[in-house]
Design a protein around this ligand. Structure first.
Ligand code: MF3
Ligand code: CO
Ligand code: CO
Length: 249
């Protein structure tokens, strides 16, 4: 199994995981109105170049043309960085990045508000962020995949928002994506049971409108069909005897 790892491998994964977490924290300072989504990628490439042995995990994955994904407002995921795509005041910028190190992958995402954002956007951001925090608390040996999905779905829907169903979290480790699927919806006590050493990416995608998605002409960018606002938060997390180990913290 590509996502059942030894304690040593999990420790190794924490090295790129910590770097990925630091990058997301540092990006907050550069993501602002006036810069392009390509500028964010250039910044990421520069940061990553300082870490020998670490590579951008998305570049070339299924022919994806960039080293990270930047999705704005109604774009949910897989936005391709572009020099002509300039961030405006009030935009919500979702950055998803992956790093490969010693044959192991980590994957993490965060949505940043810029400038003066709407009240609904602020609430969406809070609910999206909290939904991931709540889901992470469910990660333990013997828990079900459905416990994660139901936690996210119930919390999000009780706040009047929707989860995306077409795209899901996943197993991760020796590959970027592998089973099990980790949906942002589901039923408690159903689905696969989490085992010691299992590593998964939990990634709620939450919208202020409906769940339906559309793909842009570039073949990659996934947006909300109703043009509603979307946020995305993701952590890579390992199931250990001491509970959840958030690799990308
Ligand atoms: N990071 C995405 C995920 O969370 C996958 C990106 S693959 C790419 O699973 F090819 F679009 F980069
Ligand atoms: Co990701
Ligand atoms: Co992922």
């Amino acid at each position: 199994m590509d996502n059942i790892l030894s304690p040593e491998e999990i420790n190794t994964m924490r090295i790129p995981g910590k770097v990925a977490g630091q990058f997301l924290k540092q990006l907050r300072r550069i993501i602002r109105p006036g810069i392009s989504t390509k500028d964010i990628e250039i910044h990421f490439d520069k940061m990553l170049a300082r870490y020998p042995g670490m590579d951008a995990a998305f570049k070339g994955y299924c022919d994806y043309p960039a080293s990270l994904c930047v999705s704005i407002n109604d774009e949910i995921i897989h936005g391709i960085p572009r020099p002509e795509h300039i961030i405006k005041d009030g935009d919500f910028v979702s950055v998803d990045l992956g790093i490969k190190y010693k044959g192991l992958f980590v994957d993490t995402a965060y949505t940043y508000p810029t400038g003066k954002v709407s009240a609904i956007g602020r609430k969406l951001l809070k609910v999206g962020h909290n939904s991931l925090a709540r889901a992470l608390k469910k990660v333990r040996i013997g828990a079900y995949i459905g416990d994660i999905g139901s936690t996210i779905q119930n919390y999000v829907e009780s706040n009047g928002f929707s989860v995306i169903r077409k795209f899901v979290g996943h197993g991760i480790g020796r590959v970027l994506h592998c089973p099990p699927e980790v949906p942002n919806f589901g039923v408690e006590n159903t689905g696969e049971i989490l085992k010691e050493g299992m590593v998964i990416a939990i990634e709620p995608m939450v919208t202020s409108g409906g769940s339906e998605v559309a793909i842009l002409d570039d073949g990659w960018t996934v947006k909300t069909q109703d043009n509603s606002l979307s946020v995305h938060f993701e952590h890579t997390v390992a199931v250990t005897r001491r509970g959840p180990c958030i690799i990308t913290a």
